[in-house]
Design a protein around this ligand. Sequence first.
Ligand code: HEM
Length: 570
Amino acid sequence: MNKLPHCVWRATTGQQTRCMSKFSAKKAAASATTLLQNEQQIPLSLQQSRENSATTAETATCPHLSAPLEEAAGSRIHTTAEWQNALPYNEIPGPKPIPILGNTWRLMPIIGQYTISDVAKISSLLHERYGRIVRFGGLIGRPDLLFIYDADEIEKCYRSEGPTPFRPSMPSLVKYKSVVRKDFFGELGGVVGVHGEPWRQFRSRVQKPVLQLSTIRRYLQPLEVITQDFLVRCEQLLDENEELPADFDNEIHKWSLECIGRVALDTRLGCLEPNLSPDSEPQQIIDAAKYALRNVATLELKAPYWRYFPTPLWTRYVKNMNFFVDVCMKYIQSATERLKTQGPSQHAGEPSLLEKVILSQKSDKIATIMALDLILVGIDTISMAVCSMLYQLATRPLEQEKLHEELKRLLPDPNTPLTIPLLDQMHQLKAFIKEVFRMYSTVIGNGRTLMEDSVICGYQVPKGVQAVFPTIVTGNMEEYVTDAATFRPERWLKTQQGGFEGKLHPFASLPYGYGARMCLGRRFADLEMQILLAKLLRNYKLEYNHAPLEYAVTFMYAPEGPLRFKMTRI
Ligand code: HEM
């Protein structure tokens, strides 16, 4: 039996002591109003807010942001009753920072309470201890983190985020793109780690071809071929007990790199070749991408001294990224050369994604930077999501059987090529994917730097604060999801498809984020996962006959340990 995230966390946190429920926050806000007009309290809170705005807005700026955050942006709200009735920012509950070390010590080895791999647990623990809004301040070199566990408030934040949402991700990547490799990126930073108008302009140039259904349709057959090759390779890897090797996650990374290479680099990288040596180029690209992503949490959450001087970890990060960029550049350049000499390749009547971007933007530089962004975030996310999906399938035989039945019905001949209409009819399969994301969201949370002073959960929150939306926690809250602790994919189905009526707050589980900045690769991610699960489950039975695995955050949230699945042909 799998441990549910909530059980794991509750076990470590002991008694639940919510400081402020939704009800009591409202009551508190109301009594603050009656306190009134308390002549000292209102000016004091505003002053506090201004002080916070000044410090946090500074750290929220980005070299790829065209203009600093609007100075006057927050002032409009100050005249509203909502703001004036709200509680001051410094009254938001949360762990108290200690002098000099702030709250950073809590993430330090030995003396700290939390390790990086516990990030998901920290998030749940903060909610259990402090309530629906938690201020985690005093982190060296970065603004306060404001954890929001209220799906209505999360919805409000997303819906009011404006045309250029600021996702405070990866300052290390920002520094790499805008300072260390300014020679390469120049003013074209791409979308990851870029903000404001430069982000909007870049995103609007590439968004249409990336998300177009015709693009997705074009890649169905090439990705199916890659997945077929992957399954052949899996069969070759089986031992005498029909089990996959302990480092099977590495094989999944190879499959996802092969997929993203086909989409973003217009090439078959050869990752699925047998006997790939550890120093082969595809394996090195996988290692480099993994290293870059997995050290982000350490670089940014533990004391981020690399901002001030080049720490050994930072030096290695840069070297690793340089290797990664150079190798990718090689393939993109040859793809653009091929386009110039041979014209666009036509598959299913469509040019490739790279060709569409080069032709529409008349710039291979934009295509290059887009491809780098897609690769940078597209390998680990999908690989870890697939690890999680396969583990859940292997440990939930009844769910697996349901999917198998659906696939047998839609694909009576297991060799039937997949089509978009067939994928569209795989309701159980899609519901299963959504339910895994709800309970074990691969990306545990999303965030936005507030661009304006706002009232959140009855508190005055200054602009510049980093709001965190912990989807891994909200997706598991009974308040928003009926029978939240039970794995029930049917909750995602319509009644006529066998679904059941129940609460499912639309902002509780958002694995791909929301709004203008939502995951750019989500359609490819869904396509790749659906193809893999459909091909696998139509032809094989998956089992896991070892000690249960715990979920942990390296960068993504996934089962930690050897994925020694037993894979038997049906
Ligand atoms: C299951 C796998 C994946 C998950 C769970 C995931 C999740 C996310 C999330 C939560 C965001 C932030 C969205 C927001 O701020 O609202 C994001 C952004 C992004 N994702 Fe994904 N993603 C996945 C796969 C991919 C893949 C395969 C690609 C590339 C092909 C990709 C490309 C991107 C890019 C480029 C962004 C930045 C968008 C921007 O800032 O404009 N993702 N993803």
